[in-house]
Design a protein around this ligand. Structure first.
Ligand code: F6R
Length: 245
């Protein structure tokens, strides 16, 4: 595993954007696995900036997002489709037809998940998967549990995730209770993984993920078994790992 420790969130964002840019420059038709949430926002802003300066070209890029809430329409401000449009897709020359996010309004969410697995396969798999980290160790919406769920599936969100995400909604009651998420196998099949973490709230999860046992109780711990992980984290997120990695 390659580890970059940065001073702060801004430097983490820039380093992560460097890694995504390198991927797109070296392989213009890359399949990017993308994440939402507050962690990658700064990275997307940096990528948009470099695109505007003419340093990046997304014309041949394809993307597949990790997850989406069940029940939110794509235009809902808290849907992950909306997030991606707002932070990246609307500002760069990616072909909208090449962007994939599970459909939150799918009448049959389980069927949507099966279809999504096929979408990923048809694209030939993911070249670089960007991941954020939940404070409870989740990746995508793969919550702590008794088994690693393999491919894209419907998940009941944990109370702590509903709580953590309620900051984005008018009230806690407005947070959807279910999501569709790529599974651990979908994530582990990516050729490369870029895990980002910022802030003290992620320090314990990072420590458990990389110094503890590989267990579905800490979903991110599976990344110990992936051959090509790059961790980009700021000092605060790394604070409990000093001297351990
Ligand atoms: C987002 C996702 C989640 C987040 C995680 C961290 O697509 O799959 O796993 O990466 O919940 O969220 P933030 O970045 O908001 O702390």
């Amino acid at each position: 595993m390659k580890i970059y420790v940065t001073e702060d969130y801004k430097a983490m964002s820039r380093k992560a954007a460097n890694i995504v840019s390198a991927q797109v420059i070296l392989k213009p038709n890359s399949v990017l696995g993308l994440a939402t949430g507050s962690t990658p926002e700064g990275m997307y802003a940096q990528l948009v900036d470099w695109y505007r300066k003419g340093d990046l070209d997304f014309a041949a890029v394809k993307s597949v997002n990790l997850d989406e809430y069940v029940g939110l329409e794509p235009t809902h401000e808290q849907s992950y489709r909306y997030f991606m449009q707002h932070h990246l897709f609307d500002h760069v020359n990616i072909n909208p037809a090449n962007t994939n996010v599970p459909d939150g309004l799918a009448a049959d969410p389980a069927g949507e998940c099966t279809w999504y697995n096929q979408v990923i396969r048809n694209m030939g798999g993911i070249d670089l998967q960007v991941l954020g980290l939940g404070g409870n160790g989740h990746i995508g919406f793969n919550e702590p549990g008794n088994a690693f769920e393999l491919e894209t599936h419907v998940v009941d969100l944990k109370e702590e995730t509903i709580e953590a995400n309620s900051r984005f909604f008018a009230s806690r009651d407005d947070v959807p209770r279910q999501a569709m998420t790529m599974g651990i196998k979908s994530i582990m099949m990516a050729k490369k993984i870029l895990l980002m973490a910022s802030g003290e709230a992620k320090a314990e999860a990072l420590k458990l993920a990389f110094t503890g046992p590989v267990t579905p109780q800490v979903p991110a711990s599976i990344l110990q078994l992936h051959p090509y992980v790059t961790l980009v984290a700021d000092k605060a997120a790394m604070s409990k790992l000093e001297g351990l990695l």
